[in-house]
Design a protein around this ligand. Structure first.
Ligand SMILES: Cc1ncc(COP(=O)(O)O)c(C=O)c1O
Length: 418
């Protein structure tokens, strides 16, 4: 939620400059480009669209073979959207069909279909159905989990640089917020510092850990996290937000769901259909946790049999049964990351070892200027994440989109824009 609201506001500001700046680059109108590019590969499109700005510079990125031959012709009306960590592939075909078919039945509540989705999700996490609580997106699971545990002496403990919703909701409910410092070099933080913050506080603590983290895209070692949970006080609640877990390659990460299935009572694992399942607009998320604790959280969520929309339930059910789409989605994301980080390597821009569908990288100009220059080239990028000045969070689109972005970056470098 924080991402969307803040970025929308930021984008409004840039829209005004768009027309002027776009014509200053002398780019062809999008409609003409589109016809001209019909039948070309993603890399060829990116190269052709921007090659005119690159005299004498070897096009290293053009060597990359795109995974499909889709035509890419972004425009002001249809930009490349790399600002909200969405999944550019679109939903699994079976999920799209299920959502479409469900419209005809959406005069009804989806009660009859909730049980199947709950069972599929519970089986996936090796827990009982009572250990799964659905929410309209995981944002609402963050809100309800914090609210259900908010007492005047409770503190929220978070790393200094992380996803904003934990602090946002804790602020709504007047909780003290204890931010553990992060390194200025790579934005890492120490679990031992978080443990100290909990130990130093007399009352209960809510530890909100996003793993892998947003915006850094890096993981917290699961061994360290498991060890902490297994030795924690009962009045320490761990909210482990795993919105991006399915994109991770690093074997040092494993889901915290096995803490729950292993009997931990002070852990809530938050999951979403918005990312690897590509269902951000359908608003399906859930919490996995001890059944009794979830019952308490459920009092702060709309009646949990009515929380989700009919299309959301049907699409999520179909997506859970489309493992091949999830494999494809991850492979595509890995390919996109490789394309984009190759471009960053060529620019000499440092980036953190990403484990998600976005990359956190250094930039050579102030973020606002970079956002504007990218928007002029029809690419929307991440918002500011203070205090990380000089860094940018770029979501990963399709491989074709990342070839386009790579060419954009090379063009900007050639012109001295970055
Ligand atoms: C770490 C994290 N948690 C939760 C969310 C919220 O996702 P949703 O409410 O769409 O499930 C996001 C969205 O970007 C996120 O980055």
């Amino acid at each position: 939620m924080t991402d969307v609201v803040e970025q929308d506001v930021a984008e409004q500001g840039i829209v005004g400059a768009q027309g002027k700046a776009a014509s200053a680059t002398g780019r062809a109108p999008a409609s003409r480009s589109r016809r001209g590019f019909l039948g070309m590969s993603g890399a060829a499109i990116a190269g052709a669209a921007l090659g005119q700005f690159l005299p004498g510079i070897p096009n290293a990125f053009a060597k990359e073979a795109p995974s499909s031959t889709a035509v890419l012709a972004p425009s002001a009306q249809a930009p490349v959207r790399l600002n909200y960590n969405e999944n550019a592939l679109g939903m699994a075909p079976a999920a799209q069909r299920a959502a479409t078919a469900s419209i005809a039945h959406s005069n009804r509540y989806p009660f009859a279909h909730m049980g199947k989705l709950q069972l599929l999700v519970a089986t996936h996490h090796k827990v009982t159905p009572e250990s799964v609580l659905f929410t309209p997106g995981s944002s609402d699971a963050i809100r309800a989990s914090v609210l259900a545990h908010a007492t005047p002496d409770t503190q929220l403990v978070i790393p200094e640089l992380t996803y904003g919703d934990g602090a946002l909701y804790a602020g709504f409910y007047d909780l003290a917020i204890n931010k553990v410092p992060s390194s200025r070099e790579d934005w890492s933080f120490k679990i031992s510092d978080m443990q100290q913050a909990v130990a130093d506080h007399a009352g209960p603590s809510i530890v909100y850990l996003v793993n892998p983290n947003n915006p850094t895209s890096t993981i917290i070692s699961s061994d360290a996290l498991y060890a902490w949970v297994n030795n924690s006080r009962a009045d320490t609640l761990f909210i482990i937000d795993e919105a991006y877990a399915e994109f991770v390659n690093d074997p040092a990460f494993r889901s915290a769901d096995s803490l729950v299935s292993g009997g931990a009572r002070n852990v809530l694992v938050l999951k979403t259909f918005s990312k690897i399942h590509a269902m951000a607009g359908l608003r399906v998320g859930y919490a996995v946790g001890d059944a009794e604790r979830l019952e308490k959280v459920s009092h702060f969520v709309e009646d949990d049999s009515m929380t989700l929309s009919y299309p959301g339930v049907m699409a999520a059910t179909a997506s859970m049964q489309s493992p091949e789409f999830l494999v494809h989605s991850k492979q595509s994301n890995d390919e996109s990351r490789a394309i984009f980080t190759a471009a960053l390597d060529e620019l000499g821009w440092e980036y953190l070892p990403g484990q998600t569908n976005f990359v956190f990288h250094r930039i050579s100009t102030p973020l606002k200027e970079f956002q504007t220059a990218m928007k002029e080239r029809h690419v929307l990028i991440g918002r500011a994440f203070p205090p990380a000045d000089g860094w940018c969070r770029m979501s990963l689109g399709t491989p074709e989109e990342m070839h386009y972005v790579s060419a954009v970056l090379r063009e900007m470098k050639a012109k001295g824009v970055v």
